[in-house]
Write a protein that binds this ligand. Structure first.
Ligand code: AVJ
Length: 324
C-alpha cells in the first residue's frame, strides 16, 4: 500500500501546485516532467466543450445517458433528500440539463446556485433557467469550484444541497476527491446534503470502448488539447504525429488517456522546446471508477454519511445522497 499511497500523494501534491498556474505555466511544467502530463481541465475550450457534448451522445459512452436515466427514474426519491426551501448548489455546471430534472421533481427548492469558471456560458444558462422557472431564485457564482468560494448572501439562511453530477469527481485523484468533498462540506455547512454522480467499475471492454469510440470522437477530443496549445500558446504540434490512447488501468481503478508520439520529434510551445521519443506519451486524463462501497468509504473519510444510493439495471453508474 505504501508505494501506491505515496505515488498518489505525490501526484496530488503536484496537482495542487498546478492549480494556480496559467495554461502556459502548466504546459511548461507538465511537458518538462517525466512522464509528461497535462491536467484534464484544459480539454474544455470552446472546441473541446463541443467535442465533449458529442461524446455524451456516442453509443459507447454510457455515463451521461445512464445518469440521466437514473435521475429521471428516481427523481422523486432523490427529492426526498432535499429540505424545504433549500438552495441547490451545483459544482461545475456545464449544462443545466441534469439540475433541471432535480428541480422539476423538487418544488420545495427555493434557489439554484450554479457555480462555474466560464462566466459567459454560466450567465447564458442561468438566464434560460430563470426564464423557464420564474419562481426560482437563480444565483450563478463565477468561481473555480475546486477552490474555496463564497455562497451568495441571499441563501445564507437556507438549507443547502450540493449537486456534483457526471462523475466529474473521477477526474480527481482519490485523495483530492476526498479533499474536494471535505471542502464542499465546509462551503455547504451543517445539515447539508450532497448528491454526487459516480461512474462504477465494470467490464473492461465496456470501459475501454467508452473512451475509445469507433467514430473517433474521443480521439479528436484528446488531440484537441494539442490544437489548443497551438492556438493559444503559439505551439507547432503536428496532430497527425500523435495518436489517442485510452485504456483501463485495473490496478488503479481508472481509465487513462494519453497522446502518443508516433515518431521521435521536438515541438515548441509557450516558448519552450520539448523532445519526444517515438512511443512516448503525454498523460492527459485519469477517470477514476469506484464501487458503491469504495465511494461510500471515500465519502465517509471526508466526513459525509452515505444516506442512499441509486443505480441502473446494469450497475454501470451510481448516484449517491450524502448527509453532513
Ligand atoms: C467529464 C470527466 C466525466 O471521465 O468520462 C469523456 C471526460 N474523457 N471521455 C469522463 C471524458 C473522455 C469525462 N468526465
Amino acid at each position: 500500500m505504501a508505494a501506491l499511497a505515496r505515488s498518489v500523494l505525490r501526484y496530488s501534491a503536484r496537482h495542487e501546485a498546478a492549480a494556480s498556474e496559467s495554461f502556459a505555466e502548466h504546459v511548461v511544467h507538465g511537458l518538462s516532467d517525466s512522464p509528461k502530463w497535462l491536467s484534464a481541465k484544459y480539454f474544455y475550450d470552446a472546441a473541446g466543450s463541443e467535442l465533449f457534448e458529442q461524446i455524451t451522445d456516442l453509443p459507447e459512452y454510457y455515463p451521461t445517458r445512464t445518469e440521466l436515466k437514473i435521475l429521471r427514474g428516481h427523481a422523486r426519491e432523490i427529492s426526498g433528500y432535499i429540505a424545504l426551501s433549500a438552495a441547490l448548489v451545483e459544482f461545475g455546471t456545464g449544462s443545466t440539463r441534469k439540475a433541471r430534472i432535480l428541480i422539476d421533481a423538487a418544488p420545495q427548492l427555493a434557489a439554484y446556485v450554479p457555480v462555474d469558471i466560464s462566466a459567459e456560458f454560466l450567465n447564458q444558462e442561468a438566464a434560460a433557467v430563470r426564464r423557464d422557472l420564474p419562481w426560482l431564485a437563480v444565483l450563478p457564482v463565477v468561481a473555480d469550484f475546486t477552490r474555496d468560494f463564497d455562497l451568495p448572501p441571499q441563501i445564507r439562511s437556507r438549507p443547502r444541497v450540493g449537486f456534483f453530477p457526471g462523475s466529474t469527481i473521477g477526474n480527481f485523484e482519490p485523495e483530492d476527491a476526498a479533499e474536494f468533498l471535505r471542502q464542499a462540506g465546509r462551503i455547504l455547512g451543517a445539515g447539508a446534503t450532497m448528491i454526487v454522480g459516480v461512474d462504477l467499475i465494470k467490464d473492461e471492454a465496456v470501459l475501454n470502448a467508452a473512451y475509445d469510440d469507433a467514430a473517433g470522437v474521443t480521439a479528436r477530443f484528446n488531440l484537441n488539447v494539442l490544437a489548443r496549445m497551438n492556438r493559444e500558446l503559439g505551439g507547432n504540434f503536428d496532430l497527425s504525429a500523435f495518436r489517442h490512447r485510452a485504456f483501463y488501468n485495473a490496478e488503479n481503478h481508472r481509465i487513462e488517456m494519453h497522446l502518443e508520439s508516433l515518431k521521435s520529434q521536438s515541438v515548441t510551445v509557450a516558448g519552450h522546446t520539448f523532445a519526444f521519443d517515438k512511443g512516448e506519451t503525454i498523460h492527459t486524463e485519469n477517470s477514476y471508477k469506484y464501487t458503491m462501497e469504495s465511494f461510500r468509504a471515500l465519502a465517509e473519510s471526508a466526513g459525509w454519511r452515505p444516506a442512499a444510493t441509486w443505480t441502473d439495471e446494469n450497475d454501470y453508474f451510481s448516484i449517491h445522497a450524502l448527509k453532513l
